[in-house]
Ligand binder design. Structure first.
Ligand code: FAD
Ligand code: AMP
Length: 479
């Protein structure tokens, strides 16, 4: 006889584990199937995000930033330190410890909330049944009133650069280099490529980012993207846009990469190459032929605005469905779906999902870009304010960047906020809260912000929307 659950979740990434915990909290009998095994061959929760994504990348970004700051910037503060060294193995070991703590922590949360973990690979059968194949090959079938698919995504591989042990790696491989490569190539100038490129550039690699598109960070507000390219280039990242990688050759311990740009065919030689050309939804062996769950034309599981698939009672969330591939988007969908299953009314506001690129300085945004607003034909206003004119930014030694607010002209309602600057990833939540509450720029402008803080740039950008910024000459006339 098979076990029966109210909810069976497939995948314990930030989508799946959050959905499972929420469902259990709402009194539903819940199981979560997860197949991930860590380097020691032990079951590990947390999916891409905790094992090989958000968390390990940020551990390396923080360590490499502190190293670069100590080496290059402390002298300006009057702090003299000679002979700064980075122990790469120790940095990676610290990252592994953090990953271990967090992934095991999810196991503790499952226990505390009464979620039953099922170790192995889940397959959706017809009739709301899930087949679970254990790591020892044993097979069990569990029945579910509701199924939540949260199987996530995997890195895209491209034919010109097949992964080659120790030389051509994906983002996962780039988290575990044992030494700093002298010449590092990064294919893809997206979020992951820039973050991983920054880590190794700060530690001393000569890094070249090859990006096929003609504009840098094409979906980011272009005023912010231009500023980002200038700042990152000044730091030493060699960013080549309009450079499409077409081939590679292994030559002993080196990789020779061929790419085409405006000048024609080019070649560059690297000691290591990271392929970061995007991620694709992961649905391998997930759906039985008669499961009834449909994919869309790009291979994502097809869902509606409430994450319902084509089969009643079967939901899908996170990277395996449309929308930005972000951990917090996956988690919020998990909460929404658990609430719906428990009989509550639940919605998700897809217009207000923040995104952060954790370079230094950080690049953060929420809502629409100026290009999007313009393309829609909406009449709009913008207000920008540079950190150069912010006292706290000067005392912190980082005056790079700006805050930009975009509003609808007729109503002054905030349509988007974009920040490049130190702590942008924290500050952007002022935009998230303002937008969720339907605030106007004037609402922000009328609030009292603490001095001296970086957030004063948000206040000043809001004031600048109608030409009232205090600490710089306004681009437009006061109304
Ligand atoms: P995943 O986290 O991919 O989890 C899916 C889980 O399902 C996995 O554990 C997998 O083993 C399991 N699974 C799949 N199929 C089956 C099956 N058939 N049976 C059982 N288990 C199965 N996002 C951010 O928001 N912020 C960041 O800073 C950030 N940084 C990133 C850095 C890197 C290097 C990478 C690679 C990604 C980063 N992301 C970041 C993206 C983020 O990791 C994903 O958006 C997020 O993990 C998606 O969550 P998910 O639950 O949908 O899927
Ligand atoms: P993201 O989707 O944000 O992870 O970014 C991936 C980036 O890789 C995109 O900006 C793509 O334009 C870029 N890309 C994809 N294929 C290639 C290629 N063959 N050469 C160079 N860049 C590529």
């Amino acid at each position: 006889m098979s076990d029966k659950y109210d909810v069976v979740v497939i995948g314990a990434g930030p989508g799946g584990y959050v959905a499972a915990i929420r469902a259990a909290q709402l009194g539903l009998k819940t199981a979560c199937v997860e197949k991930w095994l860590n380097k020691e061959g032990k079951p590990s929760y947390g999916g891409t995000c905790l094992n090989v994504g958000c968390i390990p990348s940020k551990a390396l970004l923080e360590a490499s930033h502190k190293y670069a700051e100590t080496k290059h910037d402390f002298a300006d503060l009057g702090i003299e330190i000679s002979d700064v060294k980075m122990d790469v193995k120790k940095m990676v070991a610290r990252k592994n410890t953090i990953v271990g703590q967090l992934t095991q922590g999810i196991g503790g949360l499952f226990k505390a909330n009464g979620v039953t973990p099922l170790h192995g690979t889940g397959k959706v059968l017809s009739g709301k049944k899930v087949e679970v194949t254990g790591h020892d090959g044993s097979v069990q079938v569990v029945e579910a009133e509701n199924i939540i698919i949260a199987s996530g995504s995997v890195p895209v591989e491209i034919p010109p650069t097949p992964l080659t042990e120790g030389l051509i790696v994906d983002s996962t491989g780039a988290l575990d280099f044992e030494e700093v490569p002298a010449r590092l190539g990064v294919i893809g100038g997206g979020v992951i490529g820039l973050e991983l490129g920054s880590v190794w550039q700060r530690l001393g690699s000569e890094v070249t980012v090859l990006e096929a598109q003609d504009s840098f960070l094409a979906t980011t507000d272009q005023e912010i993207a231009k500023a980002a390219k200038k700042i990152l280039t000044k730091q030493g990242l060699n960013i080549e846009i309009g450079a499409r990688v077409t081939g590679s050759e292994i030559n002993g311990n080196e990789v020779v990469v061929t790419y085409a740009d405006a000048k024609g065919e080019q070649q560059k030689t690297f000691d290591k190459l990271i392929v970061c050309v995007g991620r694709r939804p992961y649905t391998e062996a997930l759906l039985a032929n008669d499961s009834g769950v449909n994919l869309d034309e790009r291979g994502f599981i097809y869902v509606d605005d409430h994450c319902r698939t084509s089969v009643p009672g079967v939901f899908a969330i996170g990277d395996v469905v449309r929308g930005p591939m972000l951990a917090h988007k996956a988690s919020e969908e998990g909460v929404m779906v658990a609430d719906i299953i428990a009989g509550h009314k639940a919605e998700m506001n897809y217009d207000v999902i923040p995104g952060v690129i954790y370079t230094f300085p950080e690049i953060a945004s929420v809502g629409k870009t100026e290009e999007e607003v313009k393309a829609e034909g909406t009449e709009y206003e913008t207000g920008t304010f540079p950190f150069q004119a912010i006292g706290r930014a000067m005392t912190n030694g980082c005056t790079d960047g700006m805050v930009k607010i975009i509003t609808e002209k007729a109503s002054d309602r905030i349509l988007g906020m974009h920040i490049i600057g130190q702590n942008a990833g924290e500050m952007i939540h002022q935009g998230v809260i303002a937008m969720e509450f339907g605030s106007s720029a004037e609402d922000l402008a009328l609030m009292c912000f603490a001095h001296p803080t970086l957030s004063e740039a948000v206040h000043e950008a809001a004031l600048a929307v109608d030409g009232h910024a205090i600490h710089m000459p306004n681009r437009k006339k006061r109304k």
